[in-house]
Design a protein around this ligand. Sequence first.
Ligand code: ATP
Length: 511
Amino acid sequence: MTQEDLFKNLIAHAKEYGFIFPSSEIYDGLSAVYDYGQMGVELKNNIKRYWWDAMVRFHENIVGIDSAIFMHPRIWEASGHVGAFNDPLIDNKDSKKRYRADVLVEEYLAKMEEKINKEVEKGRKKFGDAFDETHFRATNPNVQRHVQKAGEVSKRLNEALNANDLVALKQLIVDCEIACPVSGSRNWTDVRQFNLMFSTQIGSVSEDANVIYLRPETAQGIFVNFLNVQKTGRMKIPFGIAQIGKAFRNEIVARQFIFRMREFEQMEMQFFVRPGEELKWFEYWKETRLRWHKSLGLGDGKYRFHNHEKLAHYANAATDIEFEFPFGFKELEGIHSRTDFDLRRHQEFSGRKQQYFDPETNESYVPYVVETSIGLDRTVLAVLSAAYAEEKLEQGEERVVMRIPAMLAPVKLAVLPLVKKDGLPEKARGIMNDLKYEFNCQYDEKDSIGKRYRRQDAIGTPFCVTIDHQSLDDNCVTIRERDSMQQHRVPVAQVRGIIDKGVRTGITQPG
Ligand code: ATP
């Protein structure tokens, strides 16, 4: 099965089992907006908690806030979003489809990369054991040609984006002979800038109405509260402020399920440091955040850094942590050294000093900031896509299993009485009542045990316990583990310890 088919199946599965629904579905949906169902919200909350604990609870010098989505409109002028939070867009005149111009070129570059990889594979087949990939890449004329072309295109793209040169960007699309994937034609409009912020009015009387924006990032809510938190929390630099919350962007091309949404959630942390020390902290947060991702257990090989060549107007260093989604490596988290740009701009626009008095150096200064900004929905997608597996079992059976890491799984334990009578449901309820304060448990007594196991596999429940007639006598249950499907007979008293170990360490093998 291709990755594309697998991804389609995952999207259907996420809907069927209550993880993610298209928004407003009975009205035919709303493009690039999604709702989280009963399983999705549990998964999302578990990810939030895992991030919050790692960032706030386990760092004495990081605290959290929850700022409002609506903010004074001048904030977005100061931050540069009113003037510069734009994407370059281009329309195909035949299909009437709209694209991000830079994305069209990036996709063209990805295709060239594919061509290069195909050449390498051909070489590998041809030369067998004697194949030397480095030598082949350095000498094969076809590879050389593609590499040279890709280098040129990439250079022109960066130059056009850095200079904000929309004419050059259009010319690049023309020169690369990029066609519309829908109409197949090269009949393009000029490239135009498109601001990504949603706006609305505040105030009940329309004449008095002021335009305000739905925040496109949570970061500014942190910056404008920098002094409030620093003073009331008696924070000493270096320190951080973290926040989880909704952000809104009127994305031009909204595709790939919950990867690019118009309403999404971010988990951001702004770390305030002494001027001159920001690049040291940038390196620290790069490594620390990568470690956090790897600790989720989705596979260490699925992550890589992508350092930015084109830096945003506020940054002096930036990198993305990319994840290998079913559609390739894409940004999951951004780590940016934002300099003192934001605080300095707010100082200028508000007329209020945004300075910190450093008792160690006896100096006042506007701190520098290193930001870590991760998309919550993209993390959900990373977890779901790494977890989803279609498996063939013995005797021609099949199952779909979500191998969600136990600590993130929406339901930790399913409690299953073998039959609906003979006191088994009561015994099962007793076990569930005892454990439900610590773990999200689900009770299920319908259908055969086999069917019930499949239902739990499909939502990623790491453990099931089955209560049978013998349980009434010996107070033992059968505990079944999701990934290995192994079953063990254990005393009821041991169940808590097994789940607890699984959730804390990821070791889910009982015994
Ligand atoms: P991209 O290049 O993919 O548009 P970005 O560089 O604009 O992302 P940032 O502004 O750095 O993204 O935002 C930080 C994080 O917020 C991203 O790494 C991503 O995980 C998440 N994010 C940004 N835009 C969206 C979106 N439209 N839908 C879902 N998550 C998003």
